[in-house]
Write a protein that binds this ligand. Sequence first.
Ligand code: AHR
Length: 501
Amino acid sequence: MKQAKMVIDKEYRISDIDDRIYGSFIEHLGRAVYGGIYEPEHPEADEQGFRKDVLELVKGLNVPIVRYPGGNMVSAYNWEDGVGPKDQRPNRLELAWRVIETNDFGTNEFADWAKKAGSEIMMAVNLGTRGIDAARNFLEYCNHPGGTYWSDLRKQHGYDKPHNIKTWCLGNEMDGPWQVGQKTPEEYGRLAKETAKAMKLVDPEIELVSCGSSHSSMPTFPEWEATTLDHTYEEADFVSLHQYFGNRDNDSQNYLANSMELDRFISTVISICDYIKAKKRSKKTMMLSFDEWNVWYHSNDKDKEIEPWTVAPPQLEDVYNFEDALLVGSILITFLKHADRVKMACMAQLVNVIAPIMTDNMGAAWKQTIYYPYMHASVFGRGTSLHPVVSSPKFDTKDFTDVPYLDSAVVYNEEQEEVTVFALNRHINEDLKLDINVSGFEGYRIQEHIVLENNDLKAVNTSLHQPVKPHTNGKSELRDGHVEALLGKASWNVIRLKKTR
Ligand code: AHR
């Protein structure tokens, strides 16, 4: 059997983890809002039309921040359409996804929903068809206490207290030819900087995210970052990264190695940020907001059959399988390894649209396979990210070389006196023995070893049948300061240790 080793210690600190790396995303797209989080006619709907069964599943993920309202949709969105009396809100052609947007749900409803979900909001402004004026008015509407046109309008709409939304995205994927109002890096950089200046004059407490590349294979990457950050470096606090993965060639071993690409992408963006920092002799270090990530490919063909100009059609409804859950675990591990610079991240998305939570039109709500690693990381991955010193056997695939079979991250929660090892065995045919030297954690005992495994990499969860779910019968033993663990082939493991008195 293959063997891997790991040494962990309290002193090998990468960084405190910003909880916001466990964020998510709700876009006005498909059935994310309508028929997802909001369905007034559903038997489980509360007095505001929010589905309580969906809210319960969201709360299980402990989502600290949710990005809204898009995505591509935001680039032609008039935020004013979604506030005020519902009977006066217009139906609009929504250009990004070619549907009808009824505007029944908008900013204030989302703020209420986010409060119920226990999440902060990451709000995006439209820098596609609009600009400085719409952005500063929107911010005034949301955050200004009162006594001005837009803040008083919010009060008239029934929201006396400001929403105090702290995190704002300066547009979305403005490098992409699919974006309404795509910009060159120069155009975007100038517009984003001036918008940021105005927004920080309205509310200096906000944090702003400058658009990075839509993915690492964009022809304009990494020049996009270098040029745009040259403009926005002093005003923005984060640069965004987006990336989606797919196993289109049905090569699972290669698919599970994709964190190598993700790691390279993150490292490159960090280098560009630091280059601009040096160029500007700036004291500030730019942080990364990985505000769209997930697996997205299962639904691509089906989406081509959808008729345009309908309300909330079933778009981007990927049904995730077991191997997707493994990759999601590996992505979260990668963020933890970069916890010093990746300070926010959003799984795209949260409900129905490339999502961990699904609903159907029979009224059910259930957990997709990817729900579990996301939940484990979000619930147990809070505290300090430690650097595990790892030696693991490696493999080569079509796209990657020297890929360690063991992918791992370690989180130390000093307050709770807990250590959690997230360990993925990405060998699809063989188990892996793992020796973890924990002698630096005196008095700690294994509390549980959670495992997500399945003999079928393509197993999926549906409303009726959910074969992919974790168990707590993982094989780990603590002996002489070492945890000896058996990581089954293609398995996601969460080994939790706690100090016992
Ligand atoms: O999450 C789906 C879409 O992916 C978003 O709208 C867009 O920003 C990205 O291309």
